[in-house]
Design a protein around this ligand. Structure first.
Ligand code: XMP
Ligand code: MG
Length: 172
């Protein structure tokens, strides 16, 4: 049996995403912005965030493997599916579901920088602080938690719960 304890409700998520999108729209204004969604967890966040942006954006997707069906990061992400777009002269904003140790994100940012964009910044739905192992901070964050394994709103445990409208703490 597992317990699902709500951390953020659908309504709270909507307000936070709208506010974040307002800040992003004002920071980038007329720039050449590409949102890079980290599959699969950030897909729900991307779809809400992009519809709140008031600036022109392009989107692309990348898929990494770091967790498999486990809940502990291996720390070295492999690229399962790469971006298709030429990122030279673009401003890249990585759209990530959750930053935990930060190892995945640090490696991803380095990788994307090697593609010659004008800038790389990070936007994360959840910043989870307890197990952080790098200096990396997301530039835009919807919500910060100390720890716990979260599911819903795209986040999964062994591929389940991604479709929950709320973000919940999963207790086994
Ligand atoms: P690191 O530790 O490298 O890993 O920052 C980040 C990635 O790990 C996954 N992750 C989670 N997924 N609930 C999830 O569904 C969680 O609480 C959680 N914590 C980390 C996620 O894919 C993230 O991109
Ligand atoms: Mg992820």
């Amino acid at each position: 049996m597992v317990d699902l304890i709500p951390v953020l409700t659908e309504d709270q998520i909507r307000d936070k995403v709208a506010l974040l999108a307002k800040n992003i729209s004002s920071d980038y204004q007329s720039d050449n912005l590409v949102l890079i969604c980290v599959l699969k967890g950030a897909v729900v966040f991307l779809s809400d965030l992009m519809r709140h942006l008031t600036i022109p954006v392009e989107i692309d997707f990348i898929e990494l493997s770091s967790y498999g069906n486990n809940d502990v990061s291996s720390g070295t992400p492999l690229i399962r599916k790469d971006v298709h777009m030429d990122l030279r002269d673009k401003h890249v904003l990585v759209v990530e579901d959750i930053v935990d140790t930060g190892l995945t994100l640090a490696a991803l940012v380095d990788y994307l920088k090697s593609k010659g964009p004008k800038s790389v910044r990070v936007c994360a739905m959840i910043d989870k602080l307890e197990r952080r192992k790098t200096d990396i901070r997301a530039d835009y964050v919807c919500h910060t938690v100390n720890g716990g394994f979260l599911v819903g709103y795209g986040l999964d445990y062994a591929e389940k719960y991604r479709n929950l409208p709320d973000i919940c703490h999963l207790k086994k």
